[in-house]
Design a protein around this ligand. Structure first.
Ligand code: MN
Length: 200
């Protein structure tokens, strides 16, 4: 069964001025669209074909087209859900307590996450990861994520930020730090809390 591009949960312009409509449309239709099509091509007729995307990330990690496009498909599926025009400023409840406990405060978490996003050289992602109930921050290259063997970090990604230039360059050019700050205006903390509860 082929993977499909999910439905974007808001309009292309819904996250303006933080993420502009042109970037959203190209990022979703062209980039995520290409990862989806290329993943389907890479697994067609192979032993990976009928597995879940999470299983494909693990079992196909030694095959470059599967690793890159499977990661791209999975990461963007979650990325659109991690964003919302109706975001709260910060997490609440159990997730807020876990962030305070792991990082000292929400502000300290934001600083560490922003540093990981800014410090990722070239293309990649910054992550908030849960493993065995513990939260940590990290980053990966290319379309790797913490589920991919050999990604450098491991666990379940409960929040991620795409720092490929295609995610921000039209609006922010070289100002990745401004894009990272804008991201925190549109984070869907309810989705992060849902993933934390499911994978802690
Ligand atoms: Mn992207």
């Amino acid at each position: 069964m082929a993977f499909e591009l999910p439905k974007l949960p808001y309009a292309y312009n819904a996250l303006e001025p933080y993420i502009d409509a042109a970037t959203m449309e190209i990022h979703f239709t062209k980039h995520h669209g290409a990862y989806t099509a290329n993943l389907n091509n890479a697994i067609a007729g192979t032993e990976l074909e009928n597995l879940s995307i999470e299983e494909i990330l693990v079992k196909g990690s030694d095959k470059t087209p599967v690793r890159n496009n499977g990661g791209g498909y999975f990461n963007h599926n979650l990325f659109w859900q991690w964003l919302t025009p109706d975001g709260k400023e910060k997490p609440e409840g159990e997730l807020a307590a876990a962030i305070d406990s792991a990082f000292g405060s929400f502000e300290a978490f934001k600083e560490e996450f922003s540093k990981a996003a800014a410090g990722r050289f070239g293309s990649g992602w910054a992550w908030l990861i849960v493993k065995d109930g513990k939260l940590s921050v990290g980053s990966t290259a290319n379309q790797d994520n913490p589920l991919v063997p050999g990604a450098g970090v491991s666990g379940y990604p409960i929040l991620g930020l795409d720092v490929w230039e295609h995610a921000y360059y039209l609006n922010y050019q070289n100002r990745r730090a401004d894009y990272i700050a804008a991201f925190f205006k549109v984070v869907n903390w309810d989705k992060v809390a849902e993933l934390y509860a499911a994978h802690k």
